[in-house]
Design a protein around this ligand. Structure first.
Ligand SMILES: [Zn+2]
Length: 360
């Protein structure tokens, strides 16, 4: 799939991609070796085999994939900085000119986090330092690869005790790479019942931190309602199951709610069990909804942004015009400050030959 020429070889915007699901296999092996961590695999090929999702898995099975390689990266300053830097390089090569990378700072820490993730020994890398390291990696990448990269910090549904710190980190690093907050993980855990998530989102709203929520990926429309009404989400991660509640969908369509769609991911995680020719993306397209196409976790899905665009073109009838429209929508719905958003939009209009002569 990757050998074909890119389907939409023009500047693009990506809003939903996990930093810890977009690491180069070579980098994982390098740090595992350097740190003496045994991953039970020695070659890139074996590592890819053990990590990569090639057939539909349950979302829970998919989440176990992270535990294979995260021990090689978490808790190591150089590794954390490097994955952020290489992430920008990877996205620049894919023709992405603006990307929002999301991650849980706690999952990359080995100190000041309870429990310490991935069976690590206690060290001295705190979630706060993780954010600062990622920021440095992203900034170095921006300088070298000439694209813009920002980040979104993730709360995890099963770890409500981390959420107060997540929002504090969003505040501390607001306008310094961090532009938003997310809630990721198992949707069967209701955010409404976890007051820490709710409070974190209230604080985010109060401080002008942008908000997105993984909702309706595998969960019911109720999870989307909760994301919007209680967590005041401005974008919805995935949201495929919105179609089980037509009136909710009509309301969100009217409100121009942005849906961060990830077609290839939705197939491999089993979030969408239907054929691509009958995928929710098609309804969003038909209704000219506000949505974007994204990779989610390219390492695990053995993919790049071109995979998702190719599926959209070949199996869902997407045209060049629709690709332009959704990237413009992604830019309009991104979490950059207004002025930078305008600049990004202008770049897209220019690249798509859509600059009106009257604007000069
Ligand atoms: Zn995601």
């Amino acid at each position: 799939m990757e050998k074909d020429p890119p389907v939409f070889n023009k500047p693009k915007v990506e809003l939903h991609v996990h930093l810890d699901g977009a690491i180069k296999p070579e980098t994982i092996l390098y740090f595992a070796k350097k740190r003496g961590i045994h991953l039970n695999v020695d070659t890139v090929k074996d590592l890819e085999e053990s990590i990569r999702c090639k057939e539909p898995y349950s979302l829970t099975e998919f989440l176990t994939k992270f535990s294979i390689y995260m021990p090689a990266i978490a808790g190591d300053r150089e590794a954390i900085r490097r994955i952020a830097y290489e992430f920008v390089e990877m996205k620049a090569k894919e023709g992405i000119i603006y990307v929002e990378a999301r991650y849980s700072p706690h999952f990359l820490a080995n100190c000041g986090v309870h429990p310490i993730p991935w069976g690590q020994k206690k060290g001295d890398v705190t979630p706060d330092e993780v954010v600062s390291l990622v920021n440095r990696g992203l900034k170095d990448g921006e300088k070298d690869f000439h694209i813009k990269a920002r980040s979104i910090l993730c709360c995890m549904r099963h770890m409500p005790s981390w959420s107060p710190e997540v929002v504090e980190l969003c505040k501390k690093y607001q306008n310094d790479s961090v532009v938003g907050i997310d809630l990721a993980g198992d949707e069967s855990i209701c955010a409404e019942t976890c007051s820490e998530h709710r409070k974190a989102y209230e604080e985010a709203e109060r401080c002008g931190i942008h908000r997105t929520v993984h909702a309706g990926e595998v969960g019911a429309p109720q999870v989307i309602k909760e994301a919007i009404n209680i967590l005041k989400a401005e974008r919805i991660g995935h949201g495929y199951h919105v179609f089980e509640d037509e009136s909710l969908y009509q309301q969100l369509l009217k409100d121009a709610m942005h849906f961060e769609l990830c077609p290839w991911s939705s197939y491999l995680t089993g979030a969408c069990k239907m054929e691509f020719s009958n995928h929710p993306c098609i309804r969003f397209k038909k209704d000219r909804a506000n949505y974007s196409l994204n990779t989610d976790d390219p390492l695990i899905f053995c993919s790049s942004i071109h995979t998702d665009y190719k599926i959209a073109r070949d199996s869902m009838g997407f045209t060049e015009e629709e690709f332009k429209r959704i990237n413009i929508n992604a830019a309009k719905s991104c979490f950059l400050p207004e002025k930078e958003k305008k600049e990004l939009l202008y770049k897209l209009y220019e690249a798509y030959d859509m600059v009106k002569s009257t604007e000069f």
